[in-house]
Ligand binder design. Structure first.
Ligand code: C2O
Ligand code: CU
Length: 458
């Protein structure tokens, strides 16, 4: 497997310098937190490797971890000091539509030199992330992402027992720098997306995190990769939350726990004295991504229970059913598919459409469906392609109610769900957030080449 070869090559090179600087957050006089996108140079393969020209929030890759408390007004003044238009999307936050950061749908893109004030309230405590939503196949691939943590009003874990690990797949060239030359590979776009050959954790390679022994640790994992589906394993870990939302009753983590692009999982694990807990990638031969090492830190014990999400339960008996058929890609067909008039988020001019939903490739001017406020929507997804997809709904969390016609009983609330080739997946949610919301594949190469649509809640 590619990852292991590259990781063997670069070895334990330590953190990229950019992850250690600029940790001081700045606030404007009116209380807005300042967040700036700008070009930055990062040594992805360690101190001995070449510098890569990336884009970072506040010049960091990943961007600074933003922390707020549930229900607190969030005010962020975003400045674009990069040379391309961009926006910020607050992935998984059920926020007011105008702050969702989708160009051409909820706001105009922020031009170079301009700024935009994001102001919203986060209704849920949990693990979220933020990222660019303009040319995300390029801007996210080059570093415009970061963790967004919404704390509970009464935290269930003390800070020393609460860890954020941002997992990112990078494609490096032979010299060990970011492989910009392959960014628009039609081969990647029509297959599994851009799959890399280096996995970083918080921008570093195989970090060791010092934790207190004998105390429950919360480990928040975020897959910010543009396309790589991670299979993870942590011995003895329990899964406490998915996509930012508590499961209520934690369950034992499986051996190859699937964490698709944009998905998050909160684990709870209790390392005993002298033990090392390894986070493994298990798609192929297991690779160590990070280690929790029990140190001399004294830890205070926490209740370790997350509050139940405050989410309206779908009323399946009275649901409005909407079909969402995935088409195209290599080995697939676009026969009869028409090209939508593109919103600003669409594919670069001149590139052929590769993917479609319901015979339409790209964002059209009419929504896929319109929902009445508080209506339960049942999305019947059918993957007619030969590839996995990571389907993301903006502004809402949903339940995956059945797969292949069989009820899942899955207690999770998701904002992004994996669907395998040939699979039929039913998800349901209450359309309780007014506005225009995207549905797209979070394999960002699929999104740009056609797997985008939207719905309206009125
Ligand atoms: Cu995480 Cu439309 O995005
Ligand atoms: Cu896809």
């Amino acid at each position: 497997m590619e990852v292991s070869r590259r990781q063997a090559l670069v070895g334990v090179a330590g953190f990229a310098a950019a992850s250690l600087i600029g940790l001081q957050k700045t606030y404007a006089a009116d209380g807005f937190l300042e967040l700036t996108a700008r070009a930055t140079k990062v040594r992805l393969s360690g101190a001995a490797g070449p510098e890569s020209e990336l884009i970072g929030y506040d010049g960091q890759v990943p961007g600074p971890t933003l922390r707020f408390t549930k229900g607190q007004p969030i005010r962020i003044r975003f400045r674009n000091e990069f040379d391309q238009p961009t926006t910020v999307h607050w992935h998984g936050i059920r926020l007011v539509n105008a702050m969702d950061g989708v160009p051409g749908l909820t706001q105009d893109a922020v031009q170079p030199g301009a700024s935009f004030d994001y102001e919203f309230i986060a209704p849920d405590a949990g693990t979220f992330w933020y990222h660019a939503h303009v040319d995300s196949w390029n801007q996210v691939a080059r570093g415009l992402f970061g963790a967004l943590i919404i704390g509970e009003v009464e935290p269930s874990f003390a800070p020393e027992n609460d860890h954020v690990l941002v997992l990112t797949d990078w494609r490096l060239n032979e010299a060990g720098g970011f492989d910009a030359a392959s960014l628009r590979s039609a081969m990647d776009w029509s297959h599994a997306g851009r799959i890399g050959n280096l996995l970083t954790v918080n921008g570093g390679i195989r970090p060791e995190i010092s934790v207190p022994a004998g105390v429950l640790q919360r480990v928040r994992l975020i897959n910010t990769s543009t396309a790589r589906v991670l299979k993870l394993s942590v011995a003895g870990a329990m899964v406490a939350a998915r996509d930012g939302q508590s499961l209520g009753e934690p369950f034992e983590m499986s051996d190859k726990f699937v964490l698709g692009p944009a998905q998050r999982v909160d684990l709870v694990v209790e390392p005993s004295q002298g033990a090392t807990v390894e986070l493994l990638e298990t798609s192929g031969k297991p690779i160590v991504l990070a280690r929790l090492v029990t140190g001399r830190l004294a830890g205070s014990a926490d209740a370790g229970r997350l509050a139940i999400p405050d989410m309206a339960e779908p009323d399946l008996a009275n649901a409005v059913a909407v079909k969402l058929v995935m088409q195209g890609g290599a080995l697939g067909s676009l026969n009869g598919v028409k090209l939508a008039e593109m919103h600003a988020m669409g594919m670069p001019a001149g590139d052929a459409p590769l993917w479609a939903f319901n015979n339409v490739s790209g964002m059209g001017d009419t929504p896929l469906f319109e929902a009445k406020l508080h209506q339960t929507i049942r999305l019947d997804m059918v993957n007619e392609t030969a590839w996995d997809h990571a389907i993301h709904l903006h502004g809402h969390h949903f339940r995956a109610t059945s797969r292949q016609g069989i009820a899942t009983g899955d207690p999770a609330w998701l904002d992004t769900v994996m669907i395998a080739p040939g699979e039929v997946l039913q998800v349901a949610f209450v359309a309780d957030n007014p506005g225009d919301w995207m549905i797209h594949c979070h394999m960002l190469e699929h999104s740009v080449s056609g797997m985008d649509t939207w719905f309206r809640v009125v």
